[in-house]
Design a protein around this ligand. Structure first.
Ligand code: C2E
Ligand code: MG
Ligand code: MG
Length: 560
């Protein structure tokens, strides 16, 4: 074979430029062209290497791509090493066979030009891949929402979504897992659980992390059994050898996409799996809840609440109701809990109808601060009127935990009204399985340093961790109505015994106990026998509107 003609070279060059600049990149035409070039220039092998930095190059840790190899490579014909602007090292090497006809100087120059073009291209492609990896995965390397959304877009454009199964899961008790085996091992559990899910889906779908211990995904019909098994509980390893294992299960919301299915927006899928997931989460125990059309009304309700919230807040439609706390030893009013009511078109809407919805995003945080602001204004008014104000507890959602400046924000509001800090108590609920212990400790400590009281709410519901009351310096333990003894005369029941122990334990470590949900005289008797002192319940008063509560402040006493 003789010298490659200029015409051939120019045509190869033109095709190469076109392929490497064309969008989308066509891998097949690229490889075909490389083979053709190698054949025309009598090469046995062409190879490119990519190293992220010169240090990686020294250690030999990089990626090698061999685009052509006839298996008879012998001598190096041309080797080019370039360092990109981002310090990546890209090396291209061309080999010839032992007895191949030599290339002219001009031919080597032509190869040099083409190889440089190819190296620039490899560098750009690698960079794009990296950008893509960052764009579609979170800092821990899990697929993120964007990866999930891209998957949906692609499948949707090919009309392939119908019949697939979408899900949202929230791992059970993950805070406790973290507490028990440590944060680092907890991370490993997350990673391994994600891997188990991916194995179950085996490439026929996608799993992505929404954040924390929450995942979403879609998979093909037929894989249900394998995937649901992972939701229901599987042993997950948390050491390198895979010997230490912990059972992990999840609350799952599942939506089986109808056939045919056309997605107009991500909400068509997200709303449904989130809603079913929420129901699963509140259903206690390892449960899978399937979305069905009856839940549609609920979705509409959620949208209605969320879209009218801002305006309602502005129009002051939310009102503070006060439920008295009574000292049953002295028969006097000793405090109150602020409970929110939404007064809409003359109707009083109870919190359970809107608080869980506002907790789906951060609206709840605005509402809690609105409540705190109004409570402070009322306390200031009572103090100014010489009415004998009492300490008021305000509920703060777990959604605040991520706010590092939460303590400062609370103090700012209290100080704005010039209210002495000890008049405010912040109630945080103990069923916060997804809130990290350390965050809770930081917040409670911070409030305490400022003289603001703190209470752990709903103690006895769900997983009542003793660590929670041993390691965090709360002022008050609010015992939930579910473990308050019933007046059925069964004083030997397990819950009665548990109740007695909780009360004496709290007393031992200097925690004030407030018993919630007391409705009958008989219950009151039992509480007295157990040395309980502060009681909040319908027996004394329901949550009252401001004016009515003020009559209780003025009266001060209760018959006990
Ligand atoms: P919670 O903080 O545990 O409040 C106590 C709930 O028990 C109140 O329900 C109260 O009306 C009810 N209760 C009190 N005594 C009795 C009784 O003797 N028998 C029975 N059956 N129930 C009694 P409510 O007002 O419906 O509030 C429900 C939950 O909504 C609250 O539970 C709290 O978690 C949440 N919530 C209310 N207002 C706010 C708020 O401003 N912010 C936040 N984040 N959550 C709030
Ligand atoms: Mg409360
Ligand atoms: Mg409570």
């Amino acid at each position: 074979m003789g010298k490659v003609s200029n015409k051939t070279y120019e045509s190869l060059l033109e095709r190469l430029i076109r392929i490497i600049h064309e969008e989308p990149y066509d891998r097949e035409s690229y490889v075909d062209l490389i083979c053709e070039i190698c054949y025309i220039y009598r090469l046995a092998k062409g190879e490119t290497e990519f190293y992220r930095t010169p240090m990686f190059e020294q250690r030999g840790e990089g990626e090698v791509f061999c685009d052509f190899d006839n298996g008879r490579a012998d001598k190096v014909v041309l080797k080019i090493r370039i360092v990109s602007a981002t310090k990546a090292v890209i090396i291209g090497t061309l080999y010839e066979e032992a007895k191949a006809e030599e290339r002219s100087e001009e031919e080597i120059l032509q190869l040099d030009t083409m190889l440089r073009l190819i190296l620039g291209f490899v560098s750009r492609m690698r960079l794009l891949r990296k950008i893509e990896e960052f764009g579609f995965s979170d800092l821990d390397g899990f697929h993120n929402f964007r990866a999930f959304a891209r998957y949906l877009d692609i499948e949707n454009s090919e009309y392939r979504l119908g019949g697939k199964v979408a899900f949202h899961i929230d791992l059970h008790n993950f805070t406790i897992v973290n507490q028990e085996i440590g944060r680092e091992n907890g991370d490993l559990v997350l990673r391994n659980y994600y891997n188990l899910l991916q194995e179950a889906i085996c490439g026929m779908g996608i799993v992505a992390r929404l954040g924390g211990d929450k995942f979403i995904g879609v998979f093909d019909k037929g894989l249900e059994e394998r995937v649901y098994e992972v939701f229901s509980g599987v042993p997950v390893a948390y050491d390198e050898e895979g010997r230490k294992k912990i059972i992990i299960s999840a609350a799952a919301g599942v939506y089986v996409l109808p056939r045919p299915f056309m997605m107009r927006m991500y909400g068509d899928i997200m709303d449904k799996i989130m809603l079913a997931g929420n129901i699963a989460k509140n259903a206690n125990g390892g449960s899978i809840v399937f979305y069905d059309e009856k839940m549609k009304a609920e979705i509409n309700n959620i949208k209605k609440v969320q879209s009218s919230f801002r305006q309602a807040l502005k129009k002051e439609e939310f009102q503070v109701y006060y439920q008295p706390k009574v000292d049953i030893e002295k028969g006097v009013l000793t405090g109150a809990e602020a409970l929110c009511r939404w007064i809409k078109d003359g109707e009083v809407i109870p919190p359970m109808k809107f608080i869980p919805i506002l907790e789906m995003n951060t609206y709840i945080c605005d509402l809690d601060f609105y409540m705190l602001d109004h409570v402070c204004a009322h306390i200031r008014k009572w103090l100014d009127e010489g009415r004998g104000a009492v300490r008021v507890s305000v509920n703060f959602s777990r959604k605040h935990m991520v706010d590092i400046d939460l303590v400062d924000h609370i103090i700012e509001v209290i100080d704005k009204h010039n209210v002495p800090h000890e008049y405010i108590e912040i109630e945080l609920t103990e069923t916060t399985t997804d809130v990290l212990f350390s965050d809770l400790r930081r917040i409670v400590n911070g409030l305490q340093e400022q003289g603001v009281w703190t209470a752990v709410d709903d103690f006895g519901v769900g997983y009542s961790s003793l660590n929670l009351i041993r390691e965090i310096p709360w002022n008050v333990l609010k015992v939930d109505k579910s473990i308050v003894p019933m007046d059925d005369g069964n004083s030997d029941s397990v819950s009665n015994k548990m109740f007695g122990h909780v009360i004496s334990l709290a007393g031992d470590i200097g925690l004030q106990c407030v018993i919630e949900g007391v409705e009958t005289e008989k219950q009151l008797e039992i509480l007295k026998q157990n040395n309980c002192r502060i009681v909040q319940g319908f027996y004394f008063d329901k949550p009252l509107p401001l004016e009515e509560f003020e009559t209780r402040i003025d009266r001060k006493t209760y018959i006990v």
